[in-house]
Design a protein around this ligand. Structure first.
Ligand code: S3P
Length: 446
């Protein structure tokens, strides 16, 4: 944690202008390291997000036997050990702030003959792990957890693990992925039934590495994902697209800041991730998608966002999984729109890196936004283009170890009358190193 990240002021200034790219997709980066570590031979990954969460995954995969190196050209070289051959780690696996690292790795280890202890920071240690220990327990893994099924946690995997059919009780790509990854080394077919679709990067990448995986979609949209275990994964050369969850910040910043026009290149456009862009367009955003193409099995495009008059909307609850990480910045857009924006079905936001409904409601109220906090959503009455307020001196917003809360309020600060202070920007390094510099470059852009 650097002092420079403490008590940082974000205040209005010049319009935002310019072309930027954002770091690699976090979900895809984690998965590329994990699957490469299970393929026999060398995989190469370019565009990897070099943020703290992904580096925690890299360190864990090294501790589990993979050799991982980055060369000066920015390419990551991973020599994998093969499915079933991960080794006993010598020390506890430190997951930092990263729920994805923790839950996916628990899945991988559930079908390996290793005992591993997972530890994390204060935020991660509050997050529920029962959602993965329950299905992985059915597959034969044993867990000892802190009270409430939380970290620190020690687990022992089982070989051979029991392949299961599991219906997800919560719309979570992490739970889905944990079960599929455990299934990689279980004999026979492991099946996940997903009533509400969530991000499908695991399915795409598992297939890309040569696993036998099928997806059937039923008439009501339920997805049935089956994977054949004891798989042989083949090393791959991968390119990670830019993270749409990171692109969300400069895009919303441009939409709400008068006179702005920002282009973000190379943004991942997987439809399970693009709910925010669709909802912003429904609010009247001047947001253009250009140069659509495919990179490494994932759709990618360049996005151009221009300052827009936004109008409040009702966000359908079934859109939530495709913009689950974008609600904090979406709430900032809603706060700047004309009229009322209503959201529901967002109970999951209470168990992210922080309770995002509570923190966003509290922070927006501090900058003069009328917001009602419901059990599962927020109702926000936007200020219709009037700057957000804050009283006589800039209020301080506590980020509570949540990168997306910190970045969302940093963007809000550009549209306040007198600015606002974020108490600690250091959590931003988990997913978007360079965020502060990138926003500064846009402020001075031509
Ligand atoms: C992720 C899934 C989502 C998301 C997280 C990344 C993933 O979590 O919020 O940032 O990479 O699978 P849930 O599975 O808890 O919804």
């Amino acid at each position: 944690m650097t002092d420079i990240a403490r008590n940082m002021l974000f205040e209005p200034g010049a319009p935002l202008r310019g072309t930027v790219s954002v770091p690699g997709d976090k979900s895809i980066s984690h998965r590329s390291l994990m699957l490469s570590a299970l393929a026999v031979g060398e995989s190469r990954v370019s565009g990897l997000l070099e943020g703290e969460d992904v580096l925690a995954t890299a360190a864990a995969m090294r501790a589990l036997g993979a050799s991982i190196e980055r060369t000066d050209d920015g390419i990551w070289h991973i020599h994998g050990v093969g499915v079933g051959s991960l080794v006993q780690p010598g020390t506890a696996l430190d997951m930092g702030n990263s729920g994805t690292s923790t839950r996916l790795l628990m899945g991988l280890l559930a079908s390996h003959a290793v005992t591993a202890t997972f530890v994390g920071d204060a935020s991660l240690s509050k997050r529920p792990m029962g959602r993965v220990t329950t299905p992985l327990g059915l597959m034969g893994a044993a867990f000892m957890t802190a009270p409430g099924g939380r970290l620190p946690l020690t687990m022992r995997g089982l070989v051979p693990a029991v392949p299961i059919e599991y219906r997800l009780p919560v719309a979570s790509a992490q739970v889905k992925s944990a079960v599929l990854l455990a299934g990689l080394n279980a004999p026979g077919i492991t099946r996940v039934i997903e009533p509400i679709p969530t991000r499908d990067h695991s399915e795409r990448m598992l297939k890309g590495f040569g696993a036998e995986l099928t997806v059937e979609t039923e008439a009501d949209g339920t997805r049935i994902i089956s994977i054949r275990g004891e798989a042989d994964l083949k090393p791959q050369t991968l390119t990670v697209p830019g993270d749409p969850s990171s692109a969300a910040f400069p895009i919303v910043a441009a939409l709400i800041t008068p006179g702005s026009e920002v282009t973000v290149t190379n943004v991942g456009m997987n439809p399970t991730r693009t709910g925010l862009f669709r909802m912003l367009q429904a609010m009247g955003a001047d947001l253009t998608i250009t140069n659509a193409r495919e990179v490494g099995g994932e759709p990618v495009a360049d996005l151009v966002a221009r300052h827009s008059v936004l109008t409040g909307i009702d966000v359908p609850a079934d859109v939530a999984p495709s913009m689950i990480d974008e609600f904090p910045i979406f709430f900032v857009a809603a706060a700047c729109a004309q009229g009322v924006t209503r959201t529901s079905g967002l109970d999951e936001l209470r168990v992210k890196e922080s309770d995002r409904l509570a923190l966003m409601a509290r922070g927006l109220a501090r900058i003069g936004v009328s917001v009602e906090e419901l059990e599962d959503g927020l109702v926000i009455t936007g200020r219709g283009g009037d700057p957000l307020g804050g009283g006589n001196s800039p209020p301080t917003i506590a980020a509570e170890l949540d990168h997306r809360i910190a970045m969302s309020f940093a963007i809000a600060g550009l549209n306040t009358r007198g600015g606002l202070i974020i108490d600690d920007m250091s959590p931003v390094a988990t997913s978007f190193p360079g965020f502060v510099d990138m926003m500064a470059s846009l402020k001075g852009g031509a």
